[in-house]
Write a protein that binds this ligand. Structure first.
Ligand code: B12
Length: 443
């Protein structure tokens, strides 16, 4: 038996003008095509959960023959994010029309299971852990069911855990690999459409497993750069220090997403720098503390906003750049907000900035609220879930204000002169702290 796992990879920017201005989804511009071809860790995990006697083939969507031709398999599994779900459905429909049964899984399918079920012989919601092995066994026995619910907890424990099949990446042109050390995030922000939506609670991988995966992942590619595919890696500082202690000798440069509280722990910051961490992506969301009110149930982000400037300085002085993320179009935002974001970026010394528009991804609490309030611009806009398209009426400005303000802000922040200015300032901070010299002798 031969199973084809197909990744809907690539990035999606519908607004050409913004694309030209240069969007920096974690360093979009710099990483360009490389980032777009990050492998699907979800499908490498599904592959690992497949019984050994079944052949698994991993394909990027661009590797398929195209134009009406299909590579044939006994069963096809397709992964899903919202932005390309219609392409995923079209592919699933073609396979089914050709008589090949299709399974759909992933974030979008978990959030919109009924819709997805219309394009699949079976869907998997939640993690593949606990569902995929049963599904394959049922398929082999000729009794595959239409729906399987995967594990939403204990995913990193026996018997559910499986080490992703990084070996499937061998010989492929990647130089960035992803490893997940945790799933979910205790902050529980209203807008979050990430791994939080496939878990019941924050799940953390034991350090030994995370390190073993990293070792295997980086062994597959030349000059690897590691990305942790986490939503918030350093929630638990004790775990964080154990992890960094084990990671440091591996001599790998890496990046992750975490919250601003890492800045409160000087020892952790030193360890981050010493372990090869080159950048962390932090959801600052707004320069205005009041703009963060109600974003998460404990007002965690609002309570931390007053320390943003100091925290950024502390992190960057260690030689770890902060990619500060701002969400435009929050309830508290007005047309004056764009200038405030620009001024904050100038004051903060942030080297990298990620500007995105608030996006009501289907199935999130934000989506439910805006739908209830009648603020969504259409019923179905999944292909516009790019983080750059406006899909709702903001509270304190018009849709046009938001679009115009966003374009203006992109022009202000993503231009070469500005980037050079930010880079100079960053280098000055490094020299003042003696960090530049230390980095030059490291990695
Ligand atoms: C790496 C990454 C990428 C890579 C993806 C590479 C790839 N081929 O998968 C790249 C850079 C290409 C990318 C692109 C985009 N991304 Co992105 N990305 C991520 C990131 C950081 C990690 C995803 C990951 O690897 N998770 C770990 C794996 C293990 O989890 P998983 O995929 O959910 O898989 C598990 C289950 O879902 C399930 N499963 C998944 N697939 C399948 C399939 C089957 C058959 C089965 C049975 C089970 C199953 O089993 C897995 C194991 O339990 C997340 C943020 C985050 N921290 O989660 C954003 C994230 C997924 N991206 C997001 C977005 C918006 C985008 C873009 C639209 C950006 C843009 N404008 O271009 C594009 C869309 C691409 C597309 N093709 O649709 C959103 C998606 C939200 C949503 N609900 O759709 C996220 C959550 C970030 C955010 N801001 O909220 N991204």
């Amino acid at each position: 038996m031969r199973i084809g796992l197909i990744a809907m990879s690539g990035v999606r920017v519908r607004t050409k003008e913004l694309a030209e201005l240069g969007v920096t989804l974690p360093q979009f511009v710099n990483r360009g095509a490389v980032v777009a071809s990050l492998p699907s860790l979800g499908l490498l995990t599904v592959a690992a959960l497949t019984p050994d006697d079944v052949e698994v083939v991993y394909r990027e969507i661009d590797e398929l023959p195209g134009e009406g031709e299909l590579e044939m398999f006994d069963l096809v599994g397709i992964s899903s994010f919202s932005a390309m779900i219609d392409d995923a459905y079209a592919l699933a429909d073609s396979y089914r029309a050709a008589g090949v049964p299709v399974v759909l899984g992933g974030l979008h399918v978990t959030l919109m299971p009924d819709e997805a079920a219309g394009h699949a012989d079976a869907i998997v919601t939640g993690g593949a852990e606990g569902a995929w092995p049963r599904l394959v066994a049922d398929f082999q026995a000729g009794r595959m069911k239409p729906r399987y619910e995967g594990m939403r907890q204990d995913v990193f424990r026996e018997p559910w855990y499986a080490k992703p099949r990084f070996d499937l990446l061998a010989g492929r042109p990647y130089n960035r690999v992803t490893v997940q050390t945790s799933r979910g995030c205790p902050l529980n922000c209203e807008f979050c459409a990430a791994s939080l939506r496939i878990t019941n609670s924050f799940q953390q991988k034991p350090v030994e497993l995370a390190i073993a995966e990293i070792g295997e992942a980086i062994a597959q590619v030349d000059r690897p750069f590691l990305e942790l595919a986490d939503d918030n890696t350093f929630v638990n500082k004790k775990w964080g220090k154990q992890f960094l202690r084990a990671l440091a000798p591996m001599n790998v440069m890496w990046f992750t997403e975490t919250d601003i509280s890492v800045a409160d722990d000087p020892e952790l910051l030193d360890m981050l720098a010493d372990s090869g961490c080159r950048q962390i992506l932090v959801g600052l969301e707004s320069p205005d503390a009041d703009g963060l009110a109600g974003m998460d149930p404990h007002d965690w982000k609002r309570r931390h906003a007053d320390h943003y400037l100091e925290a950024i300085e502390r992190i960057q002085s260690r030689g770890i750049t902060v990619n500060g993320c701002f969400i435009l179009g929050l309830d508290g935002d007005t047309p004056a907000t764009f200038e405030r974001v620009r001024d904050f970026v100038t004051r903060s010394g942030l080297l990298e900035v990620q500007l995105t528009v608030q996006t009501p991804f289907p199935g999130t609490p934000l989506y439910e609220r805006l739908r209830r309030e009648g603020q969504l611009l259409s019923d179905r806009y999944w292909d516009r879930c790019t983080l750059f398209d406006v899909n709702y009426r903001p509270k304190n400005m018009s849709v046009e204000d938001l679009e115009t303000g966003m374009r203006w802000l992109f022009g202000e922040i993503y231009n070469e002169r500005e980037f050079i200015r930010r880079k100079r300032r960053y280098m000055d901070i490094l020299h003042e702290n003696g960090t530049a010299e230390r980095l030059a002798t490291a990695c």
